[in-house]
Design a binder for this molecule. Structure first.
Ligand code: NOJ
Length: 699
């Protein structure tokens, strides 16, 4: 639209200049004739026509007229005084022909100018009218905050976080501005995989509290207009679940649980096939009481449920109903791509030709095989669609019930299939975010673009920069880039997921092998450091007191705190010296990452960020810059330097209607707000990200 307006303006200008030029060359124009006629002058239009035509019409008129027309010489003389310009007209008939054509052309040109001006004004009016916007669901508007319950807040002094602890921190969640909370599993569990091994899907583990504590937390969140998302872990149960205890007892027809899990006879004295567990080593474990092997795609303590068994499907659906009836707002579905396996359990999975083996690994690694028998089966998709339909039934009754699936896969088409079936599937692209060397600018663009360009109509994007299974973003990209990473997370189109503590830039802690709790790491002692997920699960850093406010002083937290908690914590980022002296003033530390996060949450509420389109404006080896545009609203440019040295670039674009200067809305260091920046030569320091805005978009 700006281009169209610019073109109409240029065209109008050219036409106008042409018109002026023409009228300059031709002293008596149609317009002047009309004006004279209006002033009572008896000039006629024919006066401007070639002589023969003029004469003809004059004689015609004489024939037609009565005595009122006199052509005495006296009169002629008087007329001559009144009409001096007539004599100046060139007498050649060629010139008169020429001027007639010019007069017609100038009429047309006048019309064209008016049309262009009308088009231009229409464009302006159109662009200033806001675009009609679809109603967004709460999960599209919200920033979703992931809490790892063991590590957020302990309320009973046992060194492990719990539900009451979370409720105590609801003020903080409100202060952050997040509108939905996702809790990693809180159900009864022997905690081999810290809640991802469930022994009762409809009860709360005593470590986290009681059902009453859960109800109270849900109420507290709802009272503040926040939503609660639970982790649903359908692929497997704990080996302590009574279904498994019964199922492994016998394969007798009379055992109602005999088919609840994936059982198979061994082959040649070993497991039924070559399948490998995600956590390394064989995916089969032998049970003497059945003289059979059961499948576990994760730990042996996490037997896979058999989704070919109708009773299992019915039970799991009832689990969802149970929590929906309680009023939870949605679910994160764990490890769904593993739900169903091939019916024929004798099939082997093929070797992965791209796998490079690591001599340090003692267990066979999941990556050594491809997984056509155990992942992404059509039957898996069918189950997910059933669950989505169930949630939709509840959505119709009132508030929307949201569903997101967890799928790690390299194939975009596979991911997009999941993305269509649920409300979303997690977009883990930004877990690959880089900084410093290795062209992080171009790389980031690829990560963003690959998700955006693969989505089909009606799909909604989401972004993840950290979770309980991956090293913390501040450690992965380096603390210097953590602010820019948060800006990326919150300013891209779609729903951001924030892992607890990332809003203050928490880093991975070093956890020794002796302190290690993650079974995945304990099972791989030689490579435990690369496997362990404990470093990103350490307790939330609230303040600088002993145990950082996570648990009571003198208590040993379940995982050690990061030793930087004295200087990196919520309180230090909230409070200034003045607050400490006068706590009631509540004046905040103006430039902390925490305040940056809160400012981003606010900025994201701007319609341009919620509804606007994205354009990849510039990507260089170090820089990634994108714009967000919404018709009738200000345009924003977000530019970040993820490289190791300062870089100056021009972000000015006449063609796009972008100005030479624009006002700073926010910067990663929160130190340039309100300044006007020269977009023709904008310098960004390493790790710096700026957001500038201007005008209203035309389209
Ligand atoms: C994915 C979860 O995020 C992870 O923590 C867990 O170990 C596996 N699923 C198995 O449930």
């Amino acid at each position: 639209m700006p281009r169209l307006a610019a073109c109409s303006a240029v065209f109008a200008l050219v036409v106008l200049v042409g018109y002026l030029y023409v009228t300059e060359k031709q002293p008596v124009s149609v317009m002047s004739a009309i004006m004279r006629a209006m002033e009572g002058d008896d000039w006629e239009i024919e006066d401007l026509l070639p002589k023969e035509i003029g004469r003809q019409s004059q004689s015609q008129r004489e024939e037609d007229s009565d005595d009122s027309y006199h052509s005495s010489s006296d009169d002629d003389d008087e007329d001559a005084l009144l009409r001096p310009s007539r004599k100046k007209l060139p007498s050649s008939s060629l010139w008169q022909k020429y001027s007639r054509v010019l007069n017609r052309a100038s009429l047309c040109l006048c019309a064209a100018v008016l049309a262009c001006l009308a088009l231009g004004s229409a464009a302006v009016i159109y662009s200033y009218r806001s675009q009609p916007r679809p109603e967004l669901h709460w999960w599209q508007r919200a920033v979703i905050y992931q809490i790892y319950p063991r590590s957020f807040q302990d309320s009973n002094g046992d060194g492990i976080g719990d539900l009451r602890g979370i409720e105590r921190r609801v003020d903080y969640l409100e202060y952050l501005g997040v509108e939905a909370v996702w809790l990693s599993p809180i159900f009864k569990s022997p905690m081999k995989d810290f809640g991802y091994d469930v022994s009762d899907f409809t009860d709360i583990d005593p470590i986290f509290g009681t059902m009453a504590d859960f109800d109270s937390l849900l109420k507290a969140l709802h009272a503040r207009d926040m939503k609660l998302i639970l982790d649903f872990v359908p692929n497997h149960t704990s080996d302590q679940h009574h279904w498994f205890v019964w199922s492994s007892g016998s394969r007798d027809e009379s055992n109602p649980y005999r088919d609840y899990y994936v059982w198979a006879d061994g082959r040649d004295g070993g497991p039924p096939n070559n399948w490998v567990s995600v956590f390394g080593g064989p995916a089969w474990t032998y049970v003497a009481s059945r003289d059979q092997w059961y499948l576990h795609q994760f730990l042996p303590e996490q037997p896979d449920l058999n989704f070919r068994c109708p009773d299992v499907r019915r039970h799991m659906e009832n689990v969802l109903r149970f929590w929906l009836e309680k009023g939870v707002d949605g679910f994160r579905l764990d490890a769904v791509k593993h739900l169903v396996e091939t019916a024929d359990l004798s099939w082997h999975e093929p070797p992965n030709p791209g796998y490079v083996s690591d001599p340090e690994e003692t267990l066979e690694q999941y990556g050594s095989l491809l997984h056509p028998c155990t992942t992404n089966l059509e039957e898996t998709h069918a189950v997910i669609r059933e669950w989505k339909a169930l949630l939709d039934q509840y959505s119709k009754k009132g508030s929307y019930r949201f569903m997101i699936t967890e799928v790690y896969d390299d194939d975009m088409r596979v991911l997009m299939t999941y993305n269509r079936e649920a409300d979303m599937t997690f977009n883990f692209n930004l877990l690959g975010l880089g900084s410093g060397a290795h062209a992080p600018g171009n790389h980031t663009r690829r990560l963003v673009e690959s998700w955006m360009s693969n989505m089909t109509d009606g799909q909604w994007p989401n972004w993840v920069i950290g979770n309980h299974d991956n090293h913390r973003v501040a450690t992965r990209v380096g603390p210097q880039y953590a602010r820019a990473a948060n800006m990326l997370l919150l300013l891209l189109p779609g729903t951001p997921f924030c892992y607890y503590g990332d809003e203050i830039g928490m880093e991975d802690a070093r956890v020794s092998y002796n302190d290690t709790k993650d079974t995945f790491a304990l099972n791989n002692p030689e490579t435990y450091e690369t496997k362990s997920r404990d470093p990103e699960r350490t307790p939330m850093q609230w303040n600088r007191t002993e145990n950082s406010g996570f648990t009571d002083a003198g208590v040993r937290p379940w995982l050690p705190l990061h030793d930087n908690y004295h200087r990196l914590n919520v309180q230090v980022y909230c409070l200034t010296f003045i607050n400490v002296l006068f706590p009631q003033t509540q004046r905040a530390h103006p430039r902390s990452i925490l305040h940056l996060f809160r400012a981003l949450v606010e900025l994201r509420k701007e319609p341009t960020f919620l509804y606007g389109t994205i354009r990849y404006f510039l990507s260089t080896p170090n820089i990634f810059a994108f714009s967000r545009t919404l018709r009738g609203r200000p345009t924003y440019l977000v530019a970040m330097n993820l490289g190791g040295k300062s870089e100056t670039h021009s972000y000015y674009s006449w063609w796009d209607g972008w100005p030479r200067e624009a006002a700073v809305v926010l910067t990663s260091d929160m130190d340039r707000e309100g300044e006007m920046l020269d977009l023709k030569a904008l310098t960004l320091r390493p790790g710096e990200c700026v957001v500038v805005k201007w005008g209203r978009a035309w389209n």
